[in-house]
Design a protein around this ligand. Sequence first.
Ligand code: HEC
Ligand code: HEC
Ligand code: HEC
Ligand code: HEC
Ligand code: HEC
Length: 404
Amino acid sequence: MKKQIILAFTLLLSGLLLMAAAATDPGLPDDYWQEPSATTATAPHDWSTLEIDLHPEACAQCHAEQFNVWKSSKHAQAYSAGLVGQFPDMGHANANDCLICHAPLKEQLYTDPKVMDASIALRLKHAEGFDSDANMDATSTLPLRHSGVSCAVCHVRGWKRFGPPLKTTASLGQQNTPAHGGFTATKAFEQSQFCASCHQFPAPMAINGKPLENTLTEWKNSSFSDQGVTCQQCHMPDRKHEFRGIHDPEMVKKGLRFSLSQSKNTASLSISSVWIGHAFPTYVTPKVIVEAEARDADQKVLQHWQWEIVREVAYNNGWQEMRDTRLMPGESRQFTATPLPSTTASLHYRVRVIPDHFYKNVYRSLLADPLTPAASAHLRQASQQAEQNDYVLYEQVLEIRTDH
Ligand code: HEC
Ligand code: HEC
Ligand code: HEC
Ligand code: HEC
Ligand code: HEC
């Protein structure tokens, strides 16, 4: 009897040990985001040129699915006109401080001012930093930095590939799959923390208690974190590399619920944040404008109301927060038009999104100063693009019952 118990116990123990071995997650190397580098001095001698090539077009030869989605994301456009247009004035060392989020690999940073100038000039000729058909001959001359937050930025360190566990096995650690020496599987890719190095500033950089980028903290304080709904589950559904955000009306609509109501001489639009894992919007750069217009039977505007959803900051001897009217996760807010003029026949509600509100002003003020030709060409491009990004998110007419 005793023997049996001991035997059962030993089996249980070895079972636990086996489980522990299978479940050991190597995590990401501690310095994964500290001066990240995708290569070492020498490339693995037994790899093909395709495996050694870090350009997204090269990855696309075997990972077409990820490439074809990533290529339309903001990550693929992170080496943008609005970014590089600011560089000639800053010098290459300061520009590298911007690249730590926009194109952070050692292989992407500027080594000297000449490299920077050449790269900015080249970008004027090739606005897109890679070939969107993944044609290897077309742009193999473009430096890796032109593809911004490229595949290798998130997945490659010292030639080694890192990724989430394969969908087919839960196996963690070194995977001996074909091509590029296999890869290291870690659940770190499935966790919100993975996005933090670029989407969360450190707490000591707070302005009115909140850093300029505070997305991970906002998420941690939301019910989505308690329910285990990560950044990836919303921004990379089924591991698709979409990264859709405030620039995408459909994505924003998915996050919000609208409902209109009327009582007596009052109308109200309620906006609820139902599927946004952080403040709406999370950054200080977009602005959302809610408008209501009371019109009479002849469509004449009788009265106009306006509210803004924004975290507004200003720089004078340090950053200051002017106001924060953003919608927190789960929050509902009423935008109430009252009192309605007595001849009101209809109330027109409209919600407009200006994704690049803050940058528009930046470009405008930079363009007012003398600039190098390359800088002004890029900033004019960025400014035009930013104007085109505005959209109407919601528009609804409420017929007013004339019972008041
Ligand atoms: C010659 C083909 C080939 C090339 C080129 C290639 N890969 Fe792979 N990669 C594979 C194969 C095969 C696997 C094994 C898993 C699979 O079959 O999806 C793999 C696995 C991976 C994984 C792990 C997938 C997971 O489920 O976690 C990542 C991440 C990855 N590759 C990234 C890259 C990146 C980034 C590049 C370009 C810098 C690249 N690969 C270039 C063939 C390739
Ligand atoms: C290496 C830095 C880096 C990492 C890591 C990173 N991002 Fe980004 N992300 C950026 C930059 C830079 C931009 C802005 C690109 C641009 O428009 O120039 C961006 C843009 C975005 C946008 C679009 C924002 C908009 O304005 O519409 C979303 C959504 C996003 N990231 C989500 C994520 C998620 C989710 C993760 C983690 C899985 C992640 N990012 C990891 C740097 C990063
Ligand atoms: C901590 C990471 C980080 C750093 C450092 C950073 N950015 Fe960004 N940047 C982002 C993210 C994330 C976005 C997208 C969200 C947004 O619009 O704010 C972005 C967006 C932008 C945009 C608007 C989209 C585009 O690419 O046209 C510009 C312009 C820009 N950054 C310029 C800069 C400049 C100039 C610097 C250096 C002074 C810099 N950034 C440093 C993360 C960063
Ligand atoms: C901003 C960081 C980021 C960038 C850029 C990025 N990935 Fe990923 N990738 C991830 C994350 C995070 C996951 C895991 C998502 C999850 O588990 O929900 C992932 C998953 C993968 C997988 C496994 C997919 C699967 O279905 O199992 C492959 C393969 C891959 N990426 C390749 C690429 C390639 C190729 C590119 C460039 C075209 C790229 N990635 C760009 C962050 C990134
Ligand atoms: C429950 C789903 C959900 C989760 C979880 C989530 N997001 Fe979002 N995210 C959205 C939606 C919807 C939008 C579009 C509305 C908006 O801009 O707030 C968005 C917008 C964004 C934007 C666009 C910029 C802006 O100012 O709004 C960025 C960047 C972003 N998310 C990053 C992240 C990161 C990083 C995480 C994890 C820490 C995360 N998101 C978690 C749904 C989610």
